[in-house]
Ligand binder design. Structure first.
Ligand code: SF4
Length: 112
């Protein structure tokens, strides 16, 4: 192997190394490209005490912890149970488990 080939290999490996570092650096940079705020964790997401059928019913009713329509929230729904699961989470008369006040499902109806 000639000296020139050896130098070329060194340069090539050096460039690969830089690309690897650049890739890792890009990941860090991309991770930090948000607005600096992470979405708050849902305090009403603990479903550990629920049965599979309880969880299935929540899914069937398409329950979400953040309503797609600000006028229709769990805490202004007829089926809402205030503070049933602590100060941050209510409940729903239609299914078991914690419900987020700003949540929603397809069974939403206005409080009477
Ligand atoms: S019926 Fe749906 S919208 Fe109403 S409180 Fe229960 S989960 Fe929320």
């Amino acid at each position: 192997m000639s000296k020139d080939n050896s130098i070329s290999r060194k340069v090539f490996l050096g460039k690969l190394s830089m690309l690897g570092l650049a890739g890792a650096g890009a990941g860090v940079i991309l991770k930090g490209c948000g607005n600096g705020e992470e979405a708050p964790a849902d305090p009403c997401a603990d479903l550990s005490g629920l049965s599979d059928s309880d969880i299935q019913l929540r899914e069937t009713l398409q329950y979400v912890s953040e309503t797609p329509n600000p006028d229709e929230r769990c805490d202004n729904c007829e089926y809402w149970i205030d503070d049933q699961h602590g100060p941050q989470c209510g409940g729903c008369t239609l299914f078991a488990g914690p419900v987020h006040p700003a949540g929603w499902c397809v069974s939403w109806v206005p409080q009477s």
